[in-house]
Design a protein around this ligand. Structure first.
Ligand code: BGC
Length: 762
């Protein structure tokens, strides 16, 4: 059976279930359920954030959570990395109600205490092994703390850089996103559904289509056809299910007029029935309560509907514990609806081994050995080297260690900017800054150089918005205590006394991530002013860009001598960036999101459709074709783009056969030569284009990639095997089909730079 066909999978799945004998787990849970009261079952469906989500408070008698725990009304707790607090919660849970152990969740997104580059940066390595290793280390660190469930991977495809959460995902491409999703799942969970004490449940989020929020505004509506959703966005969620993901988190957005957290088509028809997902689904934080705002009904109605649509656990809405009993009494839901959800959560706890030993995840010894170890930090440095995209280089990089360097910019000494968004349990202030990393290698001077923004209100929100939201009574430090002019003057003076300027500019973490959408994605104005003043000194300027999203950098691309996009590179960021700046490592990362020239081009993505009136990307304006009057169609930096300190040429693209039968395969090969003077890694990309199909198809679709190491002057042959599966898509009836006909097969160094040939499929 082809499990991709949404319509036919259901019957097959049911017939398999009907003849499978009961496992030990099933019997255990049958027995447990038969002894649980209705309240206890509903309690299992309830998830709360820990007391002290941000600070490490202890559970007190008066705590709302402690009260719920004593009544057996919590199935899990999330958001604390404090082992003492978690242990305390577990003890209370075991001594109350049905004595069922809690699961402990946490937003371990790109590391736990050791922090790795933000997920968007990780994706630019195009290296699933790296991602799996990152997830493995994160799981070990989290597990040693008592956490057994991580709210990762975030696999939402995003084509609009205004959306702040683009930083949390793997970019705009569904194929690459799928490969990375599998790597995350295996890294966190291992390769079977038994969990060692250093393996944790993954939670794939945000299901589904959250990254398609209209106009890039967070939590906004999503308007996509099912066909476009299945072809352009769903692959990573599906790949994660196939890799055995244990849980999913429903998203905040609506799809087809139904909020995702009560969307039966998404959760039941697609995820469970078509893809065979057997785990549990948790709502995003307060997402059930938000369905009231969506205009679907009161809390009781939306809770009943979410449960029936397949949502098992309620995060922070209190909709399930508050209303399900009433709904049952009124006949709105059945006890079987509650049992089904409860069973899925109990199964997860059973697989984690919590019924055998509820404390198996806590270990002081493992904590001491595994967490923030030298080995993990070395891995963080190594990975961060591989996740920096060299966007421009006029030859100035790598810099010699003899250079006299002025390190300027408001991000140079900012440890949080290295740590990045969603790093709740990190040692965020200990991350190695750019200044630390650079000044360990060369003779350097420093100036902060500018504020983030010229507008004081914006500066306040960007710097302190998170504290204002979470820390009651937070005292805002003075904003702009020194004038921008004085700061620039100091930076310019230091620049004049140096050979080269390294300008550390970009986004601080609160300028991207959740709740940080932007309408203007240029470099913040105060920092642009600084760059202009530095440029005017005539000294070469290397821009080190810290960001969580693509920015519009047209001026910077012209004016700067080099641009190294380091994202938020993690705990060892400063060291890893210095490694690249001074040539200890050769950059190899390539973009997984398009960098537009102007925000007005958004959404902008490489795998777009041709339209009936296509216009070449770089051609001038022309009336009555698909283009803009005031900007070309081309992005500034396309998907798949990234430079190296060496150069590569592609030649001799060939197919093993020019025709392929439907059940056959063909090999596409290319020769890649390192034409520069140092060894380097090249990410070789294969794209296809279905020339005529029954539905319109994208101009290019990534279907393969390989990262190859090539010594200076050497050539390697890179082979890709293609089958009908690689050439298939969801047709108008949502059938997964490969249609006979001609396909363009393209291989190259980016989505813009490819060579092509034709393959006939029959
Ligand atoms: C976010 C999720 C996160 C959850 C729990 C929500 O606001 O959307 O990504 O996992 O909070 O912290």
């Amino acid at each position: 059976m082809n499990v991709r066909n949404i319509t036919f999978a259901l019957a097959a799945a049911l017939s398999i279930a009907a003849c499978t004998p009961k496992s030990g787990m099933d019997k255990y849970i049958d027995d447990l359920l038969s002894r649980m009261t209705l309240e206890q079952k509903i309690g299992q469906l309830n998830l709360h954030s820990a007391p002290g989500f941000i600070s490490a408070e202890k559970v007190t008698e008066e705590d709302e959570n402690a009260k719920l725990l004593r009544q057996g009304l919590l199935g899990g707790i999330y958001g604390s990395g404090d082992p003492e607090l978690l242990r305390q919660c577990q003890e209370i849970a075991l001594s109350s109600g049905a004595g069922i152990p809690l699961i402990f969740g946490m937003d371990v997104i790109h590391g736990h205490e050791t922090v790795f580059p933000v997920p968007l940066a990780l994706s630019t390595s195009w290296n699933p092994e790296l991602v799996e290793r990152m997830a493995r280390i994160s799981a070990k660190e989290a597990a040693a703390t008592g956490i057994n469930w991580v709210f990762s991977p975030m696999v939402d495809i995003c084509r609009d850089a205004r959306w702040g959460r683009i930083v949390e995902g793997g970019g705009e491409d569904p194929y690459l996103g799928g490969e990375l999703a599998k790597a995350y799942i295996h890294g966190y969970q291992g390769y079977d559904d038994k969990y060692d004490t250093d393996e944790v449940l993954a939670c794939v989020k945000h299901y589904a289509l959250y990254g398609a929020a209209l106009a890039g505004r967070d939590y906004n509506s999503v308007f996509l056809s099912r066909q476009e959703a299945m072809n352009g966005y769903m692959d990573p969620y599906k790949a994660a299910a196939e890799a055995g993901a244990a849980s999913y988190m429903s998203s905040f957005n609506e799809f087809e007029g139904i909020p995702a957290s009560m969307n039966e088509w998404l959760m039941d028809d697609v995820l469970r029935k078509a893809w065979g997902f057997g785990g549990f689904i948790v709502s995003d934080a307060t997402a059930i309560a938000e369905e009231v705002n969506h205009g679907i009904g009161d809390l009781q109605e939306v809770s009943a509907r979410s449960l029936q649509a397949g949502l098992d656990m309620d995060m922070n809405s209190d909709g399930y514990i508050g209303t399900l009993k009433k709904s049952l009494e009124k006949g709105r839901i059945t006890e079987a609806d509650i049992d089904r959800a409860c069973r899925r959560i109990l199964e997860a706890k059973y697989k984690l081994g919590l019924f055998e030993d509820p404390f198996r995840y806590f270990s002081k010894d493992r904590y001491a050995a595994e967490v923030y170890s030298e080995e993990n930090r070395a891995a963080a440095r190594e990975m961060a080297r591989e996740c920096q995209v060299l966007l421009k280089n006029n030859g100035i990089l790598p810099l010699p260690a003899s250079a006299r360097v002025a390190v300027v910019g408001p991000l140079a000494k900012n440890a949080m900017a290295m740590t990045g968004t969603w790093a709740l349990s990190s040692r965020r202030n200990e991350s190695i800054t750019l200044w630390q990393g650079i000044s360990e290698v060369v003779d350097a001077s420093y100036a902060e150089g500018s504020w983030l923004f010229k507008d004081a209100h914006l500066e306040e929100n960007v710097r302190y918005g998170l504290y204002k939201a979470f820390v009651p009574g937070f005292q805002i430090p003075p904003i702009h205590p020194v004038s921008q002019e004085a700061m620039i003057a100091e930076a310019v003076a230091k620049a004049r006394r140096s050979d080269v300027v390294i300008a550390c500019v970009g986004e601080v973490p609160n300028l991207n991530g959740e709740g940080s959408s932007r309408v203007d994605i240029s470099l913040p104005d105060a920092q642009q002013e600084l760059l202009k003043a530095l440029k005017a000194t005539g000294k070469p300027v290397v821009m080190v860009l810290v960001t969580g999203r693509p920015l519009t950098l047209v001026w910077e691309d012209k004016a700067m001598d080099a641009i190294l996009n380091v994202w938020s590179p993690g705990t060892e960021g400063g060291h890893a960036v210095a490694d690249v700046l001074f040539g200890k490592a050769n950059p190899s990362a390539k973009l997984t999101t398009t960098f537009p020239r102007s925000v007005g081009q958004l959404p902008l993505y490489y795998n777009h459709k041709n339209t009936g009136r296509p216009h070449p990307d770089t051609a001038d304006y022309k009336k009555f074709v698909s283009c803009y009057i005031d900007e070309i169609n081309a992005p500034l930096y396309p998907f798949g783009y990234g430079l190296s300190y060496t150069s590569f040429t592609y030649s001799d693209l060939r197919l093993s056969a020019s025709e392929m039968p439907m059940d056959g395969s063909v090999t596409a090969s290319v020769t890649v030569t390192n034409t520069g003077s140092c060894a380097g890694d090249e990410i070789v990309q294969l794209y296809i284009h279905d020339i005529y199909a029954t539905s319109t198809r994208p101009v290019k679709e990534l279907k393969g990639f390989q990262k190859v190491h090539i010594a200076a002057g050497q050539s390697v042959q890179v082979d890709f095997t293609l089958t009908a599966e690689d050439l298939s898509f969801y047709n108008h009836d949502l059938e997964w089909v490969c249609e006979p006909g001609d396909f363009e097969i393209m291989i190259g160094s980016s989505s813009r730079d490819v060579q092509g040939t034709t393959l006939r499929v029959q």
